[in-house]
Design a protein around this ligand. Structure first.
Ligand code: PAF
Length: 321
């Protein structure tokens, strides 16, 4: 009996979450990063088709590792892709799909891992027949950049939920993907209703990210700030209306409690939005408070705090890269 070859996984988008996934999954399965061009930093270029990813495992207790990962441009991928993780920023999903469209097979599974909401809906509209899944995670992940090196850091242990978005995805099991992530050391659970998990995470991001960006501080410091204290109750109420209208009833007190808990639990973490601002990148505010604002406005629900935070963050963030 011949054993079938293990599946090869592909990751498109080498940001903080892409690096976190790559550093874990490369230990259990063959993996290829899809890049537009060879790595430009001298320290990262490990020769023909390989890239050095400098990885700091959790809490800095274990030594840094230099992981040698395979990479490829889209043109050089000759065989159909079974499972593709898209870990780009939310506003880059459409262009990422255009980049790989030619190598998507009929039964390719696409796993989206973006902050916020909106990009998932747009991809489902763009590719309604494809097997599209989404995952959301509370793992803390950062990138620290110097002139000639990028360091990917595992900043905090969290939990990942993964489940199907499209009907095509609902008809095919993704328990193997969940198992790969667990075997790789990420605590992952199947979510039959992944939209609910995405809405829960959206509420947490709406209550943490804009405050860290505007106050230029780690997550834990927002709680004592006047800006947070004056807005959090009304913001949680707006989020409760929106989430409940979307079919995921939540009380505003429960949302506020969760926001405070996550801010405390990840007190030292620099949120993804503040990381973007500090690195001069466009932020994901439009997929976070901007999404909540537009959703609420569309259905005649209250939205003034989400609108105000969105506009304030837009004013301090860069245009699209
Ligand atoms: O976007 C982030 O940084 C994270 O989702 C969270 C939960 C706010 C922790 O930093």
């Amino acid at each position: 009996m011949t054993e079938s070859a293990p599946p090869r996984l592909y990751i498109l988008g080498l940001g903080a979450i892409g690096g976190l996934l790559a550093a874990h999954l490369c230990k259990v399965l063959p993996l290829t990063l899809i890049l537009r061009k060879p790595p430009t930093l001298a320290d990262e270029n490990a020769g023909e088709g390989t890239l050095n990813l400098c990885w700091q495992p959790l809490n800095g207790k274990r030594p840094r590792e230099m992981l040698e990962l395979k990479w490829s441009t889209v043109d050089a991928i000759a065989h159909p892709i079974d499972t593709l993780f898209i870990t780009t920023k939310s506003y880059q999903v459409e262009s990422a799909i255009e980049q790989v469209r030619a190598i998507l097979a009929e039964d390719t599974r696409i796993v989206m891992m973006q902050n916020g909401l909106g990009s998932q809906h747009r991809l489902m509209e763009q590719l309604p027949k494809k097997q599209i899944y989404a995952a959301t995670t509370t793992e803390g992940a950062n990138i620290r950049e110097t002139a000639n090196r990028r360091l990917w850091l595992h900043a905090g242990k969290g939990k990942t939920h993964l489940g199907p978005l499209t009907n095509a995805a609902k008809q095919r099991s993704c328990t193997d993907i969940v198992s790969w992530l667990n075997n790789a050391g990420l605590d992952c659970e199947f979510a039959g209703n992944i939209m609910q998990a995405l809405w829960n995470k959206l509420c947490i991001n709406c209550g943490i990210n804009p405050f860290t960006a505007l106050l230029n501080c780690p997550n834990g410091r927002i709680i004592e700030a006047e800006l947070f204290r004056s807005k959090i109750a009304a913001l949680s109420e707006e989020l409760a209306f929106a989430s409940s209208h979307a079919g995921f009833p939540q009380q505003s007190a429960q949302i506020e409690r969760q926001i405070r808990q996550v801010a405390e639990k990840t007190a030292e973490n620099i949120s993804s939005m503040l990381q973007d601002i500090r690195a001069g990148r466009k932020t994901e505010i439009d997929a976070i408070n901007g999404f909540a604002w537009r959703y609420a406005e569309q259905y005649g629900l209250p939205y003034t705090v989400n609108k105000d935070l969105t506009e304030k963050v837009r004013r301090i963030s860069q245009p699209a890269i």
